[in-house]
Design a protein around this ligand. Structure first.
Ligand code: FPP
Length: 247
C-alpha cells in the first residue's frame, strides 16, 4: 500500500514545531457584526482585514501553505445581496493585495470550482494566479466555491474515465492515486485545521486532507482573529503529540 504518513512537522530553525500547511474555516463574521448592530457586510469587511493580518503572520512565521475557506459551494444559498457583497470583497482583496503578493514572493492558488463565478472575477483570479506563478515562497490558497465532497467525486470521476480509457488499472487505485487527483495534490499535507467562532464541524472543507490533521476549534470570531491568536493556534499544534495511527 502506498500510504504516506501525513506530514512530520518540520523544525522551525529551533525547537518549535511548525505546521507546514494550515487551513482555516473563517467563521463568525455575521455574529461579529450583529454584536455591534452593524450589517453583515461590515463583519465580512473586517474579515478581510483578518485575512491580511493572518496571511502576513503566517508568512512571517515560515508557514509553507495557508488555505482559507472564503466561499463554500453551499454559500450560494445565502441571500443574493450577501453573495454579491462577498464577491465584491473578493474582487477588492485581489485588486488591492496582488502587488504585495507579487513583491513578497507569495504564490496564489485557488481550490474549488471558481469558474462558476462571474467572468470578470474569473479573469481577475486567473490573472492574479498567473502573476504569482513564478514565485517560490509561501502559498496562499483561497477556497472558492469549494466543497470537499464535490472535489472527491470529481477525483473519482477522473479516475473512472482513465480506467475506462485503459490508462490505469482499477486495481492500482489507492490513496495516492486519489490524492493526485485532488485540487490540493501539489500542496504540502495538511497539518492544522482551525475553525473560528466556536462552531465544531468541518462543513465540507478538506475532508480527505484532514484525515491526520490536528483540528483546533477556537471561540474567537474571525474578524477578531489576529497575529497573536494565530500564533496561539500554532503553539497549540506544536504542543500536541502526533502519532499518525502509531503509538
Ligand atoms: C463566515 O462567517 C464567513 C464567510 C462565509 C465568508 C468568509 C469571507 C471573508 C472573510 C471575506 C472574503 C475573503 C477573502 C479571502 C477576501 P459567517 O457569515 O457565516 O458568520 P456567522 O456564522 O457569524 O453568521
Amino acid at each position: 500500500m502506498s500510504s504516506r504518513p501525513a506530514t512530520a512537522p518540520v523544525s522551525a530553525g529551533g525547537s518549535a514545531l511548525l505546521p507546514r500547511h494550515v487551513a482555516i474555516i473563517m467563521d463568525g463574521n455575521g455574529r461579529w457584526a450583529k454584536k455591534r448592530h452593524l450589517p453583515r457586510i461590515a463583519g465580512h469587511r473586517q474579515g478581510v482585514e483578518a485575512v491580511r493580518r493572518v496571511t502576513r503572520a503566517a508568512r512571517a512565521m515560515g508557514i509553507e501553505a495557508l488555505t482559507l475557506y472564503a466561499f463554500s459551494s453551499e454559500n450560494w444559498r445565502r441571500p443574493e445581496d450577501e453573495v454579491s457583497d462577498l464577491m465584491g470583497l473578493l474582487r477588492l482583496f485581489i485588486r488591492t493585495d496582488i502587488d504585495e503578493m507579487v513583491r513578497e514572493n507569495v504564490r496564489l492558488r485557488v481550490i474549488g470550482d471558481y469558474r462558476r463565478f462571474s467572468p470578470d472575477l474569473v479573469a481577475l483570479v486567473e490573472d492574479a494566479i498567473a502573476r504569482t506563478a513564478a514565485n517560490d515562497g509561501p502559498i496562499l490558497v483561497i477556497a472558492l466555491n469549494y466543497g470537499a465532497q464535490a472535489e472527491i467525486a470529481a477525483a473519482a470521476r477522473r479516475l473512472a474515465e482513465k480506467a475506462r480509457d485503459g490508462t490505469i488499472d482499477p486495481a492500482m487505485i489507492d490513496e495516492a492515486a486519489i490524492e493526485a487527483e485532488l485540487d490540493t495534490s501539489d500542496l504540502p499535507p495538511l497539518d492544522l485545521l482551525i475553525r473560528t467562532s466556536g462552531e465544531i464541524r468541518l462543513s465540507n472543507f478538506l475532508l480527505w486532507q484532514a484525515a491526520y490533521a490536528e483540528l483546533l476549534f477556537v471561540d474567537t470570531l474571525w474578524p477578531d482573529f489576529d497575529a497573536a491568536t494565530f500564533a496561539d493556534a500554532v503553539a497549540a499544534f506544536s504542543s500536541r503529540q502526533r502519532r499518525f495511527g502509531g503509538l
